[in-house]
Design a protein around this ligand. Structure first.
Ligand code: GDP
Ligand code: GDP
Length: 436
């Protein structure tokens, strides 16, 4: 089920990022503690009254050295394009400014619900300052204080009221949702066209709404797939689309709705730092992953090229050691037929359940093969393991003391589980829990 998206807009210094950080709370720091990945702080999950939603700080999207007005226009457009509800922030201490009116004009033209928040109302005496903001034409202004955390509850109640109705997905639905992520020009759009143009692919519908990304459904060999559109794949042309933060935001949005993520690389230009960052997002999200090396036609190949490229990929993306790699060309369609089977494999493994008794045999064999090392004179005891969920497959190992399960031993267990059950294309998670 897709989460609702709230975008915060407003001219600079009204307190957008202060509010963003407050609503996102501790989640950001949890993510940023994960080694190897620095998260752009403009898109994150937040929660209010049992509802989780995503929030965008549009102020973080900077358009080079464009003038302020162009920046604000671009940010408002992002909000209009990406959000279900727009949180329009103004500064209660300044009254209505020309820049506020400019933002308001852009928002009138959208059909999105707008909630007006008047920030920096730090104490009750300032309450009367909010009345003049009725003139902006967005109904009741909500007084808030980002620094003191005041008024946020009432404001969020209003925001949540405007979330669109969600249709629960069909439980039995085994449609595979996938997205293609990668830096600009690696060939994502070309790959989509090539997949859809393949023989025996039946494109059933193309749903296009201004509200959502453009998803395309198709079927092949009796399996149903949906391609989730990512930034710039079909609607290239807006100023903000070339900014890195915007492409990250679109990638994160697409990843979240996917079962399997294709990390697209360009054989011709090779792997660069940006590729690693993008691949990191795919891994962190816990989705199935396939690495696609596109433009295989553009380089000279002999019988060692593929192996050499694989070595490079494995070295650069160690965290994706479970992801299969396919080498193909969207342009010449060479080896395109290898793509869908890899997506299918990743999806099946992402949803795979293993039998508890066999899992425990594997764990006991692993223990016999490599006894647990002692840590500070104490010895880990593993009693029992069970798979608690899928997407991705998640295991809980019951032990005497979770602190004694060292990372390297956990890694060893993961490898034994992978050898026994074959989880190619999906991350798996292992948690240690104390047996009571
Ligand atoms: P942005 O440019 O809209 O993202 O604004 P920031 O979140 O960076 O905030 C701009 C300035 O306003 C910072 O110095 C904040 O500390 C300050 N600020 C934010 N919220 C409040 C508030 O509720 N009250 C007061 N007094 N200052 C605030
Ligand atoms: P996107 O920005 O990732 O969506 O990339 P595009 O699909 O727009 O492709 C960028 C450029 O790479 C275009 O000029 C394509 O024609 C070219 N391209 C895409 N796939 C291939 C391929 O398999 N081989 C070659 N040689 N060029 C390709």
């Amino acid at each position: 089920m897709r989460k609702s998206v709230v975008a915060v807009v407003g001219r600079p210094n009204v307190g957008k990022s202060t509010i963003f950080n407050r609503l996102v709370g501790e989640r950001i720091s949890i993510v940023e503690d994960t080694p190897g990945v620095t998260r752009d702080r403009i898109y994150s999950e937040a929660e209010w009254l049992n509802t989780t939603f995503n929030i965008i700080d549009t102020g973080g999207i900077e358009l080079g050295d464009e003038p302020l007005l162009v920046q604000m226009r671009g940010q408002a457009e992002v909000a209009i394009d990406e959000a279900d509800v727009i949180l329009f922030m103004v500064n209660g201490r300044d009254g209505i400014t020309g820049a506020d009116e400019e933002v308001a004009r852009l928002l009138y033209k959208s059909n999105k619900p707008v909630v007006l928040a008047v920030n920096k109302i730090d104490n009750p005496e300032m309450q009367e300052k909010i009345y003049e903001f009725y003139a902006l034409g967005f109904g009741e202004p909500f007084p808030i204080s980002g620094t003191h955390g005041l008024g946020l509850g009432d404001m969020l109640d209003e925001v949540v009221k405007h979330f669109p109705e969600r249709v629960m997905p069909d439980e039995d639905d085994d449609t595979i949702h996938f997205s293609l992520i990668g830096r600009p020009n690696v060939g994502k759009s070309s790959l989509v066209n090539s997949i859809l143009g393949e023989e025996r692919v039946i494109v059933s519908e193309i749903e296009g709404t201004t509200r959502d990304a453009i998803d395309t459904s198709f079927s092949k060999d009796d399996r149903d797939y949906v391609i989730i559109d990512t930034a710039g794949m079909r609607k290239k042309g807006k100023v903000y689309e070339t900014t890195e933060k915007y492409s990250v935001l679109r990638a994160l949005k697409a990843i979240e709705r996917s079962d399997v993520v294709l990390v697209v690389l360009d054989a011709d230009t090779g792997i660069i730092e940006q590729d690693k960052k993008i691949a990191g997002y795919a891994h962190e999200a816990g989705k199935g992953v396939v690495i696609v090396v596109n433009k295989w036609d553009a380089i000279e190949t002999d019988d060692k090229t593929m192996k050499k490229f694989e070595d490079k990929v494995r070295q650069q993306f160690q965290f994706l050691d479970y992801a299969p790699i396919v080498y193909l060309s969207a342009k010449t369609k060479k080896r395109m037929h290898t793509l869908l089977p890899s997506i299918l494999l990743a999806s099946e493994n992402h949803t795979k359940r293993v039998q508890t008794n066999i899992l425990n045999e594997v764990i006991m064999d692993a223990l016999a093969y490599k006894p647990v090392p002692s840590l500070k004179g104490q010895k880990l005891k593993i009693f029992y393991a069970t798979q608690v969920s899928i997407q991705p497959p998640t295991f809980v190992v019951f032990v005497n003391d979770p602190d004694l399960l060292h990372f390297s031993y956990e890694r060893f267990l993961e490898n034994r589980i992978r050898e026994a059950f074959g989880f190619e294309g999906t991350p798996i998670k292992i948690y240690a829990r104390q047996r009571k």
